[in-house]
Write a protein that binds this ligand. Sequence first.
Ligand SMILES: N[C@@H](CCC(=O)N[C@@H](CS)C(=O)NCC(=O)O)C(=O)O
Length: 210
Amino acid sequence: MKIYDVANFPNPARVRIALAEKNATDKVTFIPVDVMAGEHRQAAFLAKNPAAGVPVLELDDGICIAECSAISEYIDHAFDGPSLTGQSPTERAVINMLMRRAEFMVLDAVGAYFHHATDGLGPELETHQNAAWGNQQKQTALNGMMYFNQLLEDNAKQKKHYVAGNEFSVADITLFAGLAFADFAGVAVPDNCDQLLAWQSSTASRPSVA
Ligand SMILES: N[C@@H](CCC(=O)N[C@@H](CS)C(=O)NCC(=O)O)C(=O)O
């Protein structure tokens, strides 16, 4: 199978971390996409993902799977190793809910700030900027960080050390990618978010992330 992506971009990182958690990185061929040159907006790539985003997983039979949530789901079930998406109906629902919150409250909000209120990927690619929307989304991201700080504090009181409870999951991976993107985009974690910063530092030391 192939993954079309750009190393070190936040969404591709989610999939690469999931693969590393499953010890399956070497089962995939990575095909670099020249996003900075707009390759992801050309017809050949749009045929794989009409949303013009990386990563895309292409299976050996040609089926293309976009969206990190869907790719992570595939990886979790295609390879052995600890579950990243949960097992019981409750675990699966809670992990999915918190992954979605990590997306729209942090990662995607930072993305909107980066693409709309900063130079983003440069004038050739950032053709429809709306700075007011971008700045509003920066505040959404800061609120999201405070939400996850409180959630991690509440979890820690119950001796649970991950976003969705006792096990590392795609919710942790997504939040970590969101904070990495925030760091890159110059959105600092609010000062009073000690629990979030401690969680970020312990997540950074996982072999799959390091
Ligand atoms: N919701 C998508 C987001 C994909 C996405 O936006 N990827 C970024 C890289 S981190 C991208 O391709 N950006 C290209 C652009 O902004 O033109 C997912 O989960 O995969």
